[in-house]
Design a protein around this ligand. Structure first.
Ligand code: SF4
Length: 301
């Protein structure tokens, strides 16, 4: 049974005098216990909005999110700590309280879970010295702060850990280390991990399955090796083509034509059709609303 089930989720942002933005427009996805699912796509595609809805931080417009069989609804901070879902955010500088020692911040999570471990034990698990517990966040690098944020999330013993672009603010050298650490710690504790990133090469390192999101929809989902070796959706192919190759002597990464369209005014038919090199007449009129590859070239028989 799935730990997390997202079914036809829609999330709209409304602000006075502005058009409604349907940031998530009918996305479906599952995460099982002990499984790592990588959610990828360009910035602005709705990945973070989806993550925040899973944590109860964004109200749901349509569809449903179920965690351990219970519907997820918007929650206050205190109750959210008790849900079994923890999130590691993009900015390790903003996510820690600058005035409190990191040990005290980790201890908050330990109190919630009733864990008898000490903050220094958690720091050790994320590869940091035990004595760091007595220091304040400004004394650390970005990579160290993100490790501290992971330790704080783990202290609450989550059954689902969500990383919302947790490596995008880090140096290249720290990115793979932090991503692998999140995977190892989540899987070792039997938790699921939903890892959101625009960096497909890091997601390939750690994810069991990859889900590709475009303009509020999941357009392809599959086992990581299969998607990596044989991407089916033209958007997935373009994302993979845009990764610089280590052996690509002098070849520039392929550019994906055009920008992501305005989610307040998405194109009709297939949302990817204005940028798709394989577009057909049918794609302009009719939206392919099926999985695992939402493209008319891969319609299920
Ligand atoms: Fe391209 Fe058509 Fe497939 Fe959309 S449905 S990705 S426009 S081929």
């Amino acid at each position: 049974m799935s730990l997390l089930t997202i079914d036809e989720l829609a999330v709209e942002h409304r602000s006075p005098g502005r058009p409604v933005v349907r940031a998530v427009a009918g996305a479906s996805l599952t995460v099982r216990a002990g499984e790592v699912v990588g959610l990828v796509g360009e910035s602005g595609c709705g990945k973070s909005t989806l993550a925040r809805a899973v944590c109860g931080l964004n109200p749901i417009t349509e569809g449903s999110i179920t965690f351990e069989g219970q519907p997820v609804t918007p929650l206050g901070l205190r109750r959210r700590r008790l849900t079994g879902i923890q999130m590691v955010f993009q900015d390790p500088y903003a996510s820690l309280n600058p005035r409190r020692k990191v040990g005290d911040q980790i201890a908050d999570g330990l109190r919630v879970s009733g864990d008898r471990a000490r903050p220094a034990d958690l720091l050790e698990r994320v590869g940091l010295p035990r004595e760091f517990a007595d220091r304040h966040p400004h004394e650390f690098s970005g990579g160290q702060r993100q490790r501290i944020a992971i330790a704080r999330a783990l202290a609450a013993k989550p059954r689902l850990l969500i990383g919302d672009e947790p490596i995008s603010a880090l140096d290249a050298s720290a990115q793979a280390q932090v991503a692998t650490l999140m995977r190892d710690l989540a899987v070792d504790s039997g938790a699921g991990l939903l890892f959101i990133s625009h960096d497909l090469s890091v997601v390939r390192l750690i994810a069991d399955r990859i889900a590709v999101m475009y303009l509020g929809k999941i357009v392809e989902v599959g086992d990581t090796a299969e998607v990596w070796d044989d991407p089916k959706h033209p958007y997935t192919q373009a994302l993979l083509g845009a990764i610089p190759k280590p052996d690509g002597a002098g070849t520039l990464p392929a550019e994906l034509a055009g920008d992501v369209p305005d989610p307040a005014n998405p194109p009709g038919g297939c949302r990817f059709h204005p940028r798709c090199p394989l577009v057909m007449d049918r794609c302009r009129d009719s939206e392919p609303e099926f999985g695992p590859v939402a493209c008319w070239l891969h319609e299920p028989k």
